[in-house]
Design a protein around this ligand. Structure first.
Ligand SMILES: *Cc1c(COP(=O)(O)O)cnc(C)c1O
Length: 370
């Protein structure tokens, strides 16, 4: 890392959260690490959750599964989203489990040849995204896959409102439970609970939980999980300005006499979106307003007094909770962390100290020059 703007990922805290959540639900733990582990780094987070006892890793696509395999991850991997039946042989060879999610997919997979491939049936119980939409569809898919020699090792559904609507969740759950019972097949993996349902919903049918966001301490129902993520930058210049000086594109902020304005090297190309204008960051014990428009690579903040170049700026973390930032921006924590771009270096803390950093793009450009 040359530019001092980074996402700090505390792997100890992620491991603690896995153990805490596992103790609550008592079921096998599937860690959902799609989208580069919600932007935190797929292999780094994978190794942490596996150390803490996770049994399986879920991703969204074969690309993501192969990224993990290519980095040496030998764990059980489940792809929750769509795959191409023509990749069946590769997925079987790599011991990657796929979701079967439509009548068409099951037929195409059978036609492509899927002997030995591990498959989980995705059941649509109310999300209306992917999955079998009736018992008959589920039963037909199971038969098609078994006849083609696939190993149907699991069945799952996904809740759409486990964060606020217990009635709807229960309705989804009943459909799922009836499907599992009606199919009367020896599924090894039965799973329906996302983070909020794992912590808040008691379900007697599933035997594994499927946790994503709560790995990072975010939960509707539990506020004492560890907080592994902090997003930081630094002051690169601080200047005292005069009455009437304008700040940033569009000159949207007019300074008062003597104000200290600092420039911070983070911008919307880092995923720190323009809507952050007017919010606050935390610097050396003080909340400082983001003044003027957020630029692509830089932004300006108003300091309460002079501060030195190199002073650390917290964008979110201990003093500015990610949830508060999400509320301010009218979004959810998931979106904020997934949007932190590949330009931002990730640093990793283990056993209380920084053990290394990763910047996919920087490494890639160095390799290309060799
Ligand atoms: C993203 C996802 C999860 C994880 O959800 P969280 O709310 O982050 O725990 C679980 N299951 C499926 C199918 C998903 O797409």
């Amino acid at each position: 890392m040359y530019r001092k703007t980074w996402l700090e990922v505390n792997l100890d805290a992620i491991e603690d959260n896995v153990r805490t959540i596992h103790a609550i639900c008592g079921k096998r733990f599937i860690a959902v690490l799609k989208a580069d582990a919600y932007g935190c780094g797929d292999i780094e987070v994978a190794n942490a959750v596996l150390r803490a006892g996770a049994s399986m890793i879920a991703v969204s696509s074969l690309d993501e599964a192969m990224m993990l395999r290519n980095q040496g991850c030998g764990a059980e991997i489940l792809i929750l989203g769509a795959t191409d039946p023509r990749d069946a042989a590769l997925m079987e060879k790599e011991n990657i489990t796929v979701a079967a999610y439509s009548p068409e997919f099951a037929a195409d997979l059978a036609a492509a040849g899927c002997a030995g491939l591990k498959v989980h049936l995705a059941i649509d119980t109310g999300m209306t995204r992917i999955g079998y939409r009736s018992f008959e569809e589920s039963r037909a898919a199971l038969k098609t896959l078994l006849d083609a020699g696939a190993k149907v090792t699991g069945i799952f559904t996904h809740f759409s409102c486990s964060d606020f609507d217990p009635e709807f969740t229960d309705r989804q759950y009943q459909i799922f439970a009836d499907t599992v019972k009606g199919l009367n097949y020896g599924f090894d993996w039965i799973h329906c609970d996302n983070s909020d349902a794992t912590i808040n919903f008691r379900d007697p049918v599933s035997n594994a939980c499927r946790v994503g966001i709560s790995l990072y301490g975010i939960s509707t129902y539990k506020n004492d999980l560890k907080r592994p993520l902090s997003f930081y930058s630094t002051i690169i210049m601080a200047k005292q300005v005069h009455e009437g000086d304008r700040v940033g594109y569009g000159a949207t902020y007019t300074a008062k006499e003597g104000e200290w304005i600092a420039t911070v090297p983070v911008g919307y190309a880092d995923g720190f979106v323009r809507a952050n204008q007017g919010r606050h960051v935390y610097v050396d014990g003080e909340l400082c307003e983001i003044v003027g428009r957020v630029c692509m690579d830089q932004m300006m903040i108003r300091l309460p007094h002079r501060m030195l170049t190199g002073t650390k700026v917290e964008l979110f973390g201990e003093h500015i909770p990610l949830e508060d930032m999400a509320k301010d921006l009218n979004t959810i924590p998931y979106e904020i962390i997934c949007l932190i771009s590949g330009r931002v270096t990730r640093t990793y803390v283990e056993h209380g100290r920084v053990i290394g950093e990763a910047n996919e793009r920087l490494t890639k450009s160095i390799n290309a020059g060799e």
